[in-house]
Design a binder for this molecule. Structure first.
Ligand SMILES: Cc1ncc(COP(=O)(O)O)c(C=O)c1O
Length: 414
């Protein structure tokens, strides 16, 4: 908790007031000797677990050679190897990469590229979206008014299409209505030849941990293709193994024109990347975008080490097995009506539990924290979803520990 004597800005909201000393795997340790099971993973970032030894060693080695070998001034030897590796693991057709430092920077960069490539001014986002906190990213963010309030005027040229509600009683009708909403926007507010791109999170993150229904996402991509609108997949949260595939779009059989990556890409070292086909990337005029730190040498080394860990045998099997274990346990809890769970959903280790009442979410999270030392966060416009985003190296025992904690919290707060 920030005290009156603190020199820190009070603008950060706090999930906990824990003073931490170090982390290892799925656990964090406090300065007063307590341990906590971290089902936030630093907001879906430390996918290889806290301070994975392979990533730590890569960072240490690189720090001794170069901390900052600025990309405009020189070319360091981690840039191309990382791009080559990303070309291997990103969806087909994506083979050229730009680097930055954070999710907001990379979603903004994607829109700048789309505007340059299409010479069109507008962008379409989806309700519940979260693309970051800088001004354009904020204009593209519709998950909560609290992110936007007090910051107007926001950049213009952003149009909002509907995203299907996962608990609507008739899912097919909900998807039809959302697809109609997209086509209606193109008729009523932003003509196709004014629309550079549509940017979508394949699994809505801050908006409530909602996997897009396949027919919806495929329909959006189809309409984009019909109209020459670029389809940008914002995989800042859903990417890098979080959903049990390297990228969530792989669940849908779609190929984005531009893919945005950050969070899990470098195990916690601030790093972000944008990928696109070479021909598209070639339309970005040299010098029209950049940044002092993009392509930071330590960040590249951390990302390469992260990819090595994630592509090792068994890594993704664990993500899928632990995800299934978690959802099975949560569905058991849902089957007891007294627990008040409206929906359990997710892919891999990106899972949400929706309740009717945000008060219940807060009470369950507090009980888990106080009584079981399990750290959880909420999500959703109405704060009604509890999200579970453990490190991807979480073990079966740790998942059982979390399920037991949630079970006790549901009993105690019912
Ligand atoms: C889907 C998505 N895009 C972009 C961002 C912004 O990332 P950053 O906080 O690194 O700017 C986030 C952050 O939560 C996100 O979930």
């Amino acid at each position: 908790m920030a005290t009156a004597s603190s020199h820190l800005a009070p603008v950060w909201f706090k999930v906990t007031d824990l003073q931490v000393s170090h982390g290892k795997g799925s656990w964090i340790y406090t300065t007063d000797g307590q341990e906590y099971l971290d089902f936030t993973a630093g907001i879906a970032v430390v996918s290889t677990g806290h301070s994975h030894p392979h990533v730590v060693a890569a960072i240490q080695r690189q720090a001794e050679r170069f901390i900052h070998a600025q990309v405009n001034c020189y070319t360091h030897d981690q840039l191309e190897p990382l791009a080559a590796r990303l070309a291997e693991i990103t969806p087909a057709g994506i083979d050229s990469f730009f680097y930055a430092n954070s999710g907001a920077e990379i979603t903004e960069a994607a829109v700048k590229l789309a505007k340059q490539a299409t010479k069109r001014p507008h962008v379409i986002v989806f309700s519940g979206s979260f693309h970051g906190r800088t001004h354009l990213a904020m204009a593209m963010t519709t998950s909560k008014t609290s992110y936007r309030a007090g910051h107007s005027p926001l950049p213009a040229g952003v149009f909002v299409a509907p995203f299907p509600d996962p608990v609507a009683p008739d899912q097919e009708a909900e998807i039809d209505a959302a697809l109609f909403g997209f086509s209606h926007l193109l008729k009523s507010m932003t003509a196709p030849d004014e629309t550079a791109a549509a940017i979508l999170e394949p699994v809505l993150g801050e908006g409530g941990y909602i996997p897009a229904p396949p027919r919806f996402i495929q329909g959006v991509v189809e309409m984009c293709r019909q109209h020459g609108i670029l389809f940008i997949a914002d995989e800042v949260q859903s990417g890098f193994g979080r959903t049990g595939r390297m990228f969530a779009v792989e669940h849908y059989g779609i190929e984005p024109d531009i893919i945005c990556m950050a969070k899990g890409i470098a195990s916690g070292f601030p790093f972000a990347a944008l990928g696109a086909p070479r021909e598209l990337m070639a339309k970005w005029p040299t010098g029209s975008h950049g940044g002092t730190y993009g392509g930071n040498a330590i960040g590249c080394a951390a990302a390469l080490a992260t990819i090595e860990v994630m592509t090792a045998d068994g890594f993704m099997d664990n993500v899928n097995a632990r995800g299934e274990q978690l959802r099975a346990g949560l569905r058991d809890l849902q089957s007891d009506a007294a627990n008040g769970i409206v929906d359990v959903r997710g892919l891999g280790l990106m899972n949400g539990i929706q309740f009717a009442d945000p008060g219940r979410v807060a009470a369950v999270a507090k009980h888990c924290f106080d009584e079981s030392h399990l750290i959880l966060m909420n999500a959703g416009t109405y704060g009604t979803t509890l999200r579970l985003m453990p490190p991807l190296v979480v073990t079966a025992d740790e998942v059982d520990t979390a399920l037991a904690a949630i079970g006790s919290a549901l009993k105690a707060t019912g």
